[in-house]
Design a protein around this ligand. Sequence first.
Ligand code: F6R
Length: 239
Amino acid sequence: AFPSRAIGLIKLRHVALSRAADSFVKNIISLATGSTPVGMYKEIVAKHKKSEVDFKGVTTFNLDEYYPIKNNDNQSYIYFMKENLFNHINIDMKKVNIPNGEAADPLIECAEYEKKIKAAGGIGLQVLGIGQNGHIGFNEPCDVFEAQTHYVTLDESTINANSRFFESKEQVPKHALSMGIKTIMMAKKILLLVTGEVKAEILKKTITGDITPSVPASVLQLHQDVIVVADEAAARFLV
Ligand code: F6R
């Protein structure tokens, strides 16, 4: 299990999210997309409107991006981040980093992205969601933990889960660029957000199961400073 100091299993309440939002701006932060963090981004935007958070000087990275995808495609993660967060806060877009889904060579893009994270001094706060198969970023279940930013073939289950955002399953990109497990684990602090009944089983495995690349999120048991924010539905096998 997570070291007791490191884990707080908290109901998904605004107060918890507000606290997360406060620490959010103090570091170099790495962000997730998907349904789960949308509420947190809304909360951050609301706090920003009340002048309670300031993004001047903040650098962001994102966990992942589909490949290939046009930056202005409304399914791209850069588009998602602009719609949900960046267009509504005072972030300097020159300090926003997301793997480039338009890069000519995905492998060179991965290496460049990793260099940028290192040059920035690493991640302060890493925000994570979790896939139903235990993926974090797009580190899919596999035989070994992939260390650094890499080119990924998406799992059938991930393509199925993400098809809800597309008109048809065929339109979901089959590949992505994703930060690796080592890069994620190097973050000083990790905030894992988990909501909904469909995540209950994988959350239990993540926290109480074996540490194995077949459940990529289980590696978080080895991190010294993880906060898990889960709603009651996701936490129902834990309480
Ligand atoms: C996306 C990401 C993914 C999602 C995961 C859960 O940037 O990192 O690992 O966090 O697929 O997605 P939702 O929140 O849509 O269930």
